[in-house]
Structures are given as C-alpha cells and as structure tokens.
Design a protein around this ligand. Structure first.
Ligand SMILES: [Mn+2]
Length: 397
C-alpha cells in the first residue's frame, strides 16, 4: 500500500516545486487504556499512545495536495537517557526531522525543487548541515536563540533589522486560541550565518551555515491577543520584499499538515477510537489511516479548488479510474444540476463521484462534501472496485 502511494507520488511531483511539509502528532489511547497493550507514553509522560510523523507533498505554485511522501510511526517505550544531549542525533527521537525528508528524497527524484517545511521543533543544526542539496531547500521556524557568526544572537539581531515593508494578512480562526482577524504585519529580513552549537553531536558539521532570516511581527494586535511573530529561517535566497513574501506564503501552507491530523482523528478517520488492542497492530493501522486521510483530504481540496487542473491519477490508479468511469452513469442524477460538471479524469471529477458515493445529493446547495462524506465514499468505492474485479475473475470476457 505504501509502495503504491510512493509510486503515484513520484509521478505527481514531476517538474514541480514541492513543499515537503512535516510534523509530529500524538495518537492518544488513554481513555481506552484498559483494553490496550504494548503502547508507549505520549507527550504528557503518562497517557498511553503512539506518535505519527508524516511528510506531506504540496505543489508550491497551485497549493494542490500531491500525496504523502513518508510516514514514521513509533511508540515511546523508554525514558530519555541521562546523557540525552550528548547522544548522536541518530539515537534521538528528534532524528525523525532528518529521517523523514531524507527518506522522501528518492520519491522527489523528478521534482524540479523541494522545500522541506516544519515548525520550531525542526530547527536542528544537523538538519541544516545535512539535508540541503542542489534541489532541496529548508524553511523552518526558528526555535533556538542561536549564536551567529560575528557575535550576537539570532533573535536580537533579527529584531534590530530595519523594517522593510508592512502588509496585512487574514489570519484564520484557531478554535480555542484566537479569533479570525486582519493582522497588520511588519517585515524584516537579512542574510546571516548561524554557528555550530556546542552540544551539536556531529563533529563533521560545518562551523557555520549561511541562511536567510525573515522576521514577521504583528503591529497593534487586539487587546488580550498574542501578537503573531514568526522568525523564519531558510536556505532560499531572500533579497527583496517579493521573495520574503513568497517564503511566508510557503510557510503558511503548513496548515495542510494540521488538516491531515484533524482528518486522521476526529474530523474523519477517528483513529483514536480504534478497537484494535495491540500496540504493533495500532502502529500499522496508523499508517493505513494516514494514507486514507491524505486521500480524503486531496478529494476535499479538489472539490474546493477553482482550477481543476489536478489529474485524478494523483489519487487513483488505472484500474480504479476505469471503475470510476464505469460508475458515472449511475451517479448522475435526473436533474441538470446533478451532472458531474468537471472534465473527466480530473481529480475534481473523481471527488464529485466519491462524494456522491458518500451520500452527497449532488446539489450545490448541499454542502456535505467534507472529510466524513469523502471517507464514507472512499470506503464504498474500494468495495465496489473489489467487486468489479472479482466479477472479472469469475466471468473472464
Ligand atoms: Mn509540531
């Protein structure tokens, strides 16, 4: 299953600039603790569960979701060693931030360019040292107030840069954390060199690495709201305002991986409600659920997209497309409004069909083409595909 997904992605990324967005999330089984065995502890140190760490591929120009490039799943079975800081990065859990994109690289062989994007946890010196290559760039939110070459520290240096531009950005609501608002932001950027930190476990890492720093700070946030402040570091050149705004736009695509986590949990696949008991089985299920959640998300996005340029082959293989085409006559409703309006073979065309299988009426006024409908539609579609080919086995033409 993973191999098929990888194969499809390798074709989908051809010639594109791909944003490889990675993040970690915990799958918490504490409420079902009594019925589970072989799980590890999660973030709070006492609940049982496991961790997932996907790398998601997004087209930098169109925002299309191209698929999953890598998945790591693990259980935290031991406590941090006393000498944790001295351990080589390969021994640490944080190695996942290097391993994911490194493993994803072969799948990106045909991409024109790759930008690996992560949040503060991904700000690791060994990653800056090892991952970039001719085609691979990094873009991370700075976590550590590092020493920079020539004296001084990163945060103070960024804050002291001259303001280059002001712009407004529509910030979406974050349930429980902030209301949607128009934010006025101040932009600063410069090239600088970060120095190898003393605890760096890799003696072969260069003594300094040149990066572009982009500082985005909200002016006049509403009373009681925390101002937006992003300190971004990237291997991309940022020499003018336009380049800085482009980098910020790429960083904001990180919402896709948050959406993937929502889809794998409560807003879709309900992974935390699984009745499987065994830790190893739950790990395997997490991989399958991530793949299904990604496909679900691709379909939801394709319905919402305005371009409809993404082909259905980014999600479905030839056999599945054959079945989708054969299903069209049955999915069509009686009224003009219930016809599939999209070009056959486009992902929007496939998403229209899967939503119909998931119980959507086909009317624009019926807005129920979200993750739950797509999940139900996909499940039904897989069963139909199996039946279709079973029939072919039984009655060869
Ligand atoms: Mn994170």
């Amino acid at each position: 299953m993973v191999a098929r997904v990888r194969q499809r992605l390798a074709e989908a990324v051809a010639g594109r600039h791909v944003l490889a967005i990675q993040d970690t999330s915990e799958i918490n089984y504490e409420s079902k603790r009594g019925r589970k065995r072989g799980l590890g502890t999660v973030g709070n140190g006492s609940d049982v569960g496991l961790f997932i760490h996907p790398v998601l591929a997004i087209d930098a120009e169109t925002g299309d979701c191209l698929g999953l490039a890598d998945v790591q799943v693990w259980r935290r079975l031991k406590k941090k060693a006393a000498n944790y800081r001295q351990q080589p990065i390969e021994e640490k859990e944080s190695y996942r931030w290097l391993k994911g994109p490194e493993r994803a690289k072969w799948g990106f062989a045909k991409a024109a360019m790759v930008t690996v994007i992560d949040d503060r946890e991904g700000d690791i010196y060994e990653k800056w040292a090892r991952l970039p290559d001719r085609r691979t760039h990094l873009l991370t939110r700075a976590c550590r107030d590092r020493a920079i070459t020539g004296g001084g520290t990163l945060f103070a240096t960024m804050a002291a840069l001259p303001e280059r531009h002001r712009f407004t950005l529509a910030l979406p609501t974050r349930p429980g954390r902030r209301q949607a608002r128009q934010a006025l932001l101040s932009l600063r950027f410069a090239k600088l060199c970060i120095s190898r930190p003393r605890p760096c476990s890799d003696p072969n890492a260069p003594a300094q690495i040149e990066l572009s720093a982009v500082d985005v700070r909200e002016l006049n946030p509403p009373a009681g709201e925390e101002p937006v402040h992003w300190r971004l570091l990237t291997t991309h050149d940022v020499e003018n305002i336009e380049q800085a705004l482009t980098v910020i736009g790429w960083y904001r695509q990180r919402w896709h991986v948050e959406q993937l986590f929502r889809t794998v949990k409560r807003q879709g696949l309900d992974l935390e409600e699984s009745v499987f008991a065994d830790g190893e089985a739950l790990e395997k299920l997490a991989v399958v659920a991530l793949i299904a959640a990604c496909q679900t998300m691709q379909l939801v996005l394709a319905r919402a997209s305005s371009s409809h340029s993404q082909p259905a082959s980014h999600v479905f293989d030839d056999r599945e497309l054959q079945v989708l085409a054969a299903l069209q006559a049955r999915l069509r409703g009686r009224t003009v409004k219930q016809q599939n309006p999209y070009p056959p073979g486009s992902l929007a065309w496939a998403a229209w069909s899967i939503a119909r299988l998931g119980g959507w009426t086909g009317y624009g006024s019926d807005k129920s083409t979200g993750p739950i409908t797509m999940r139900d539609g996909l499940e039904r579609f897989r069963a139909i595909v199996q039946g279709y080919f079973l029939n072919e086995d039984l009655c060869p033409s």
